[in-house]
Design a binder for this molecule. Sequence first.
Ligand SMILES: NC(=O)c1ccc[n+]([C@@H]2O[C@H](COP(=O)([O-])OP(=O)(O)OC[C@H]3O[C@@H](n4cnc5c(N)ncnc54)[C@H](OP(=O)(O)O)[C@@H]3O)[C@@H](O)[C@H]2O)c1
Length: 281
Amino acid sequence: MSKVVVITGANSGIGLAAAKLYESNGYFVVLGCRDEKKGLSTEKEIGKKSKFLKIDMTDYESINNFYDNLKAEFDKVDIFYSNAGIMYVPFSVTKEGHESTLGTNYFGSSYLTLKMLDLMKDVDNSRIIQISSIAMYFIKEMRYEGLEDETIYSPWTWYNISNLYRTMFSFELDRKINKLKTDVAVVHPGVTRSRLYRRSKPTLGYRIIDKFKTNVSTGVAPVIEASTTISLKKERVYAPRIIHQYGKPSTYKANKLAYNLQEREILWNYTLDKIGMKDIL
Ligand SMILES: NC(=O)c1ccc[n+]([C@@H]2O[C@H](COP(=O)([O-])OP(=O)(O)OC[C@H]3O[C@@H](n4cnc5c(N)ncnc54)[C@H](OP(=O)(O)O)[C@@H]3O)[C@@H](O)[C@H]2O)c1
């Protein structure tokens, strides 16, 4: 049987590019998408070695249904690419009570990642690939208070926090599951041209950044590298080699907060409490 890869947000941008590459490398690709029409059209585009399953990362019931459907069809998963994400959105709160950027990029992805372990933990060389961003480096201290407070909400800051937390949670998960067969890797694609930026305001700063964006083939390369390299580098971020932006994949240090084990433990407990998964590991 083919190796199985599960991708969230597989109908667009880096997720779609990864789906195509995994398929061409012989994987069976499970396409986790929130929009049925887009999911089915992606399944048609990728072909017979793919299957669309519906998932909304902001809704735990939807994540549970996705997982149950996955488990009904597959008895193992080789790669889980946690890719779905949003950026620069107006303030709103998810069904689960999280601000939506954090709810999608962080809490939803952490919830699904922990569930996925059951299908991966006994699979040789299985890998969880968590997308993150250079945005993580802008955060200088941990923050837990007021994350659901509209009066202090700032779209960029919350996006930055979501990426730092994605990284720290992944490093901590990798440490906690070191006896299992699954490794966890973190990837930054570089600033890549995609729909992610569709709500950004055309300020001067944004127009300058826009000039430096790379195409999706550069952005997806570190994802594939982190999925396939034999000797995975622990607690590093896979990203394009030149200033995290251009060229072939290499690895970098994360934000230094990600190496503070005490902060990681606090974030870990805070997160498990928030997603209702205390004592899972
Ligand atoms: N592009 C960059 O420069 C860059 C840099 C660093 C990190 N990243 C990260 O890379 C990931 C992919 O981004 P992209 O650039 O490829 O953007 P994109 O083209 O907008 O893709 C995002 C994907 O996530 C899906 N998604 C959003 N909210 C969801 C939800 N609640 N449930 C399920 N799926 C959801 C979207 O589905 P819909 O089509 O239904 O909206 C879409 O398929 C994101 O996590 C982003 O933070 C991107």
